[in-house]
Design a protein around this ligand. Structure first.
Ligand code: SAH
Ligand code: SF4
Ligand code: F3S
Length: 447
């Protein structure tokens, strides 16, 4: 069958879709490049904000016309929104054939084949521990190629930040066995991958058995895993996302400093700079603890850069709270930030509080932070002009045929004319000549 697979949401969802595409193609199905040619349409959805759900529902509604033309077409909704809304989605969207939640994703190939031969409508949600191994093994569609790979090392989240739906739609936090992850990393590197992104909603809590207490200074199974991965000689770079701040203990910080393969760029979600709001969010750190983590990382890796996530308009956020966020952001000097307007999620704890900050104020706060961010980004980009940067060569640029692209350890894209003999997957030192809005332009150093 020809299967069209569209993904919304975070990198965890992207990786799940990649694994599903791998499983489906291994069974002889083909991934369709457009909606028109599909026998099956699958939408892997996100629930993190109301907007994310609405976008997917809108898209699925729009697909009704294909079903009218071709009644044999199968349409399915999978992933986080499927988990949250279950059978209700079948009731709301009569042209949808199946709903499959996050705990049962690994059963997708069987389900699709079953439904194609005998039609019923099904909604399957709820936890299933088999998903850990079922989705774990590295199912990469054949010929996926590329030098970048992703490995999900944990699934779920136990942190229950008061605004967040993830613990409800992804279930309890579970970690994969280190041997499985290392084997997957070796398979990927044998296949040409040179940079691996480790994924988990609470990635640095890896191996801590779901505990949410701040770990002892030397207790970090995540650091042990990083150190083992760094020993794979063909693996040149390791990144991870997203680490909750309090897991950066001495052991993890030291391990990063000792292993230059671990990229000096950390996504460290801040959410708010106000201690009062952090407490209401059930984030288990204060602004000072956050500052001290940044300072400790910078002390041993002066070149390190940070990116972050921030929410504006959390219930009860005052102008003063907001300004504390703004000040802390400017103080840390994030290389990149993702700013979100608070969206109440039914079921998450903060949804019980009135969504008290008016939409217009959320917009204003969003715009202020975006303007700070734009100013800062253009400054940091300008500062890179004239510097030498090592990039991992990814291949021909998507925008310019005569240029290639690579990324710096700090996660900046650089376009450059490829020197003779240059190959994807190698490290190359470039001199930065020019800075655009989001990417840099450089030239290889003469040997
Ligand atoms: N596990 C990751 C976050 C996953 S969700 C972490 O802890 O870093 C990605 C981001 O979406 C969060 O960091 C948060 O900033 C934002 N977010 C989550 N729930 C939200 C909500 N209800 N409204 C607005 N933004 C939200
Ligand atoms: Fe959501 Fe918090 Fe878990 Fe991140 S750590 S997924 S924000 S509950
Ligand atoms: Fe969205 Fe699910 Fe990721 S809710 S952010 S796709 S874990």
């Amino acid at each position: 069958m020809k299967i069209y697979l569209k993904t919304y949401g975070c990198q965890m969802n992207e990786r799940d879709s990649e694994a599903l595409a791998g499983m489906l193609t291994a069974r002889g199905h083909v991934i369709a490049s457009c909606e028109e040619e599909a026998d099956v349409m699958i939408f892997n959805t996100c629930s993190v904000r109301d907007q994310a759900e609405r976008k997917a529902v809108g898209k699925v509604e729009f697909m009704k016309k294909y079903k009218q033309r071709n009644p044999a077409l199968l349409i399915g909704i999978i992933g986080c929104m499927a988990e949250r809304r279950g059978a209700e989605l079948l009731a709301d969207l009569p042209h949808v054939d199946f709903v499959l939640g996050t705990g049962k994703l690994h059963t997708l190939p069987d389900l699709v084949e079953k439904l194609a031969s005998g039609r019923t409508r099904v909604a399957e949600t709820g936890p299933n521990p088999d998903v850990l191994t079922g989705m774990g093994a590295h199912f990469r569609p054949e010929g996926a190629g590329g030098v970048l790979g992703q490995i999900a090392i944990t699934r779920g989240c136990n942190r229950f930040c008061s605004y967040c739906i993830v613990p409800y739609v992804r279930g309890r936090e579970i970690s994969r066995a280190p041997e499985d992850i290392l084997e997957e990393a070796r398979t990927l590197t044998a296949d040409g991958v040179r940079e691996i992104l480790l994924l988990g909603q609470n990635v640095a809590a890896y191996g801590l058995k779901g505990s949410t207490a701040a770990p002892a200074p030397e207790d970090s199974p995540f650091a042990d895993l990083l150190a083992e991965l760094a020993k794979i000689s063909d693996l040149l770079r390791i990144r991870f996302t997203s680490p909750y701040p309090t897991y950066f203990n001495d052991r993890l910080i030291r391990t990063m400093a000792e292993n230059p393969k671990i990229c000096r760029n950390v996504h460290l979600p801040l959410q708010s700079g106000s201690d009062r709001i952090l407490k209401l969010m059930n984030r288990q750190y204060t602004s000072d603890i956050y500052r001290s983590i940044v300072a400790k990382l910078r002390a041993v890796m002066p070149e390190i850069t940070f990116s972050t996530d921030v929410i504006v308009g959390f219930p009860g956020e005052t102008e003063e709270d907001f300004l504390m966020t703004r000040d802390l952001m400017n103080e840390v000097g994030f290389d990149q930030s993702f700013i979100f307007k608070y969206s109440p999620r039914p079921g998450a704890r903060s949804a019980a509080e009135p969504d008290s900050v008016p939409q217009i104020v959320k917009e204003e706060r969003d715009q202020i932070l975006l303007a700070d961010l734009a100013e800062r980004t253009s400054l940091t980009m300008q500062e890179l002009i004239g510097t030498r940067q090592e990039v991992l060569v990814e291949g021909v640029s998507r925008r310019m045929e005569d240029r290639w692209t690579g990324r710096t350890g700090g996660n900046r894209t650089v376009h450059f004319p490829p020197p003779g003999g240059c190959r994807p997957g190698e490290l190359l030192t470039l001199r930065i000549l020019k800075a655009g809005k989001v990417s840099l332009y450089g030239e290889a150093e003469q040997a």
